[in-house]
Design a protein around this ligand. Structure first.
Ligand SMILES: NC(=O)c1ccc[n+]([C@@H]2O[C@H](COP(=O)([O-])OP(=O)(O)OC[C@H]3O[C@@H](n4cnc5c(N)ncnc54)[C@H](OP(=O)(O)O)[C@@H]3O)[C@@H](O)[C@H]2O)c1
Length: 312
């Protein structure tokens, strides 16, 4: 199939594209900055193109003739004009409109677990609005996916903890008791790909969780064990977590923001496992994947891993 992906240059997109190519599909990636994503250009059958999403009919021309459109665009921290509303809602709406207007039959949309118009953070509220609007687009076969936190080589979760643990002799941890069900990026890619030709998935939103649930404290302790970190982890209660989140938002690179903190006021665990049956998923535990990439925690090694998978 010919597949067009928006938001495909990041962590999830790189894994998904690698898997699509390995299964013989051709992929076009729409990105704002093709020059920054050379790792994708080296994959056979991948084309990168840059457009103005809101330019007159430009997106329509780009998605015309494709069998499937996938929208993964998303941010954790807004910057300048790239607000949550613009990236999550306006881009998603444009993608759905353009896909529908050129008669492309299939749209896969990336949402997030707990996405809800009335959710506790702007991230979750805008994801919730987009999910509702995209699923309601008439004349389009949409499937939406709502993962808990996603892990795998190149992730911004275990890798971030490992980096912080290596830098900080004392690691104060906000929202330490919030629970997550981390899902492997390869399983997320399988969910997307397995849904494509399954009419029973049209119009549905699938929660995606890994097989096990952990508190944030357990996940940071796990990372410390894997990386042999001696950092002292100090779980903070809710009262102390808030000022820490505010402070972390000021640190360059913002390892945590107030909006991230607000998202974590809810556990990120699935209410059902319908995806496992409907999408024939075989879920991976963190222990079967994480130790290998935390052990060789360098970018080149992680990219080699992706290339060797694509060359399979
Ligand atoms: N990672 C997780 O744990 C997790 C969990 C639940 C849901 N999700 C969702 O999964 C999706 C992919 O996540 P990820 O971890 O792969 O994120 P990522 O690595 O940060 O990649 C995000 C992608 O969004 C695109 N993007 C950002 N700002 C944009 C804008 N203004 N206009 C158009 N595109 C824009 C980027 O494309 P360019 O820069 O190339 O234009 C990039 O390819 C996101 O929607 C995220 O919310 C992720």
């Amino acid at each position: 199939m010919n597949i067009c992906i928006i938001g495909g240059t990041g962590f999830v997109g790189t894994h998904l594209i690698t898997e699509l190519i390995a299964r013989g599909h051709r992929v076009k990636v729409i990105t704002r900055r093709p020059e920054r994503h050379r790792h994708l250009k080296t994959l056979p059958g991948v084309k990168l193109t840059s457009i103005d999403f809101f330019g007159n009919k430009i997106l329509e021309r780009q998605v015309d003739g494709y069998d499937v459109v996938i929208n993964l665009a998303g941010i954790l921290n807004p910057q300048g004009p790239n607000t949550f509303t613009r990236v999550h809602v306006a881009v998603a709406q444009r993608v759905a409109e353009a896909t529908c207007s050129v008669g492309t039959p299939r749209l896969l949309h990336m949402s997030a677990l707990n996405a809800d118009e009335n959710g506790p953070s702007e991230y979750l509220r805008t994801k919730g609005r987009a999910q509702k609007q995209v699923l309601a687009t008439e004349g389009l076969n949409v499937t939406s996916f709502a993962p808990s936190v996603i892990f795998g080589p190149g992730d911004n979760f275990f890798n971030l903890f490992a980096q912080l643990l290596s830098l900080l002799p004392v690691f104060p941890l906000a929202s330490a008791s919030t629970r997550f069900a981390p899902v492997y990026v390869g399983d997320v890619a399988d969910a997307f790909i397995n849904s494509i030709n399954q009419p029973q998935t049209y119009g549905k939103n699938y929660e995606l969780c890994g097989p096990d649930v952990y508190s944030l404290k357990e996940l940071v302790q796990y990372t410390a064990k894997q990386t042999a970190s001696k950092s002292l982890i100090i779980p903070l209660n809710r009262f102390l977590s808030r000022p820490l989140a505010a402070l972390m938002g000021l640190v360059p690179g913002s390892p945590m923001t107030m909006d991230n903190f607000n998202s974590m006021q809810q556990d990120s665990v699935c209410q059902n496992n319908q995806a496992v049956n409907d999408l024939a998923l075989s879920l991976h535990s963190i222990d079967s994947i994480v130790p290998a990439y935390l052990a060789g925690r360098d970018y080149a090694g992680q990219m080699d891993f992706l290339r060797s998978k694509a060359a399979r």
